[in-house]
Design a protein around this ligand. Structure first.
Ligand code: ZN
Length: 284
């Protein structure tokens, strides 16, 4: 069996500021900060810890999908030598790219953050800071909920989550079952937290990854309900205006749009289109 690791960055130990998770912008180099460079090393080490645990538990192969921002954050030469890794954007399955490869039986979320609106959760957001909430069948969720649905479409459960305390609690509540989680920091606010030492966090992730593989029978794929109602609240009505150009999307409130997804691939495709459509300048 193979494991897919979806590696985000906001939930990594030591991270509490956008500065730490912002890669240099194209045409604006060198703008990479020392803090970003250190955070991407810690991200890579947390991923490696999960890889070691999975391999120790008998997993045949681990694929790592860089899932943050432009998706070029992992430091390739610092990665565990046994992995193959996916980098870059745009990818049709986004944070779940690789899930359709034959033999992937479970997913680890590493470095995950809480959904938009969560108090006391470092860098909590859903996709962009312009999204105020996403609801699937009326239930608020985050990136983790959409990603769990995509994984479920391919028959794979979420088996491990690492990140801040609110992220771990939200993913556990969302996917149900006896999900293994590692809290690497406890949030005080959107921009502050108390952290474990990075080495301690990595030890715990390694142990938890091994346990998670042994406990695979206790987690189930998360399946999107058929004809699922999807609602997205934005920060501004003009973003909702733009979303209405996407077929099948209706206005459901001043700053809210809605559509129906027959399955998780439709959810993924329409959601991605709406994230592009809503990316408008506020003063055209
Ligand atoms: Zn991210």
């Amino acid at each position: 069996m193979k494991i897919l690791i979806s590696a985000d960055m906001e939930g990594v130990c030591g991270v509490t500021s956008w500065v730490q998770v912002m890669p240099p912008e194209l045409g604006n180099e060198p703008s990479s900060t020392v803090e970003y460079e250190r955070a991407r090393s810690r991200l890579t080490n947390e991923v490696n810890a999960a890889v070691e645990g999975a391999l120790a538990a008998g997993i045949d192969e681990v694929i790592v999908n860089d899932s943050h921002d432009g998706m070029r954050n992992l430091v390739p030469e610092e990665l565990h030598p046994e992995v193959r890794f996916i980098s870059g954007s745009d990818k049709a399955l986004g944070m779940m790219q690789g899930i359709d490869e034959e033999g992937v039986g479970a997913v680890f979320f590493v470095g995950y953050h809480a959904r938009a609106g969560t108090p006391a959760a470092p860098l909590a957001h859903t996709w962009t800071t312009t999204v105020a909430d996403v609801r699937l069948a009326g239930n608020s969720t985050g990136e983790y909920g959409i990603n769990a649905a995509i994984a479920g479409h391919f028959g794979a459960p979420i088996a491990l989550v690492t990140g801040d305390d609110k992220a771990v609690a939200q993913v556990r509540e969302w996917v149900g079952g006896d999900l293994t989680g590692v809290v690497v920091k406890e949030g005080y606010s959107t921009f502050s937290a108390i952290h474990l030492h990075p080495k301690r966090a990595q030890q715990l992730i390694r142990q938890a990854a091994e346990e998670a593989v042994h406990k695979l029978a206790s987690v189930r794929p998360w399946i999107l309900p058929a004809a699922c109602a999807v609602e997205i609240d934005f920060d501004h009505q003009s973003r909702a205006d733009q979303c209405l150009y996407v077929p099948g999307v209706e206005r459901a409130g001043e700053r809210t749009v809605a559509f129906t997804a027959e399955n998780a691939l439709e959810l993924n495709a329409t959601f991605r289109a709406l994230m592009q459509a809503s990316r408008i300048k506020m003063s055209p």
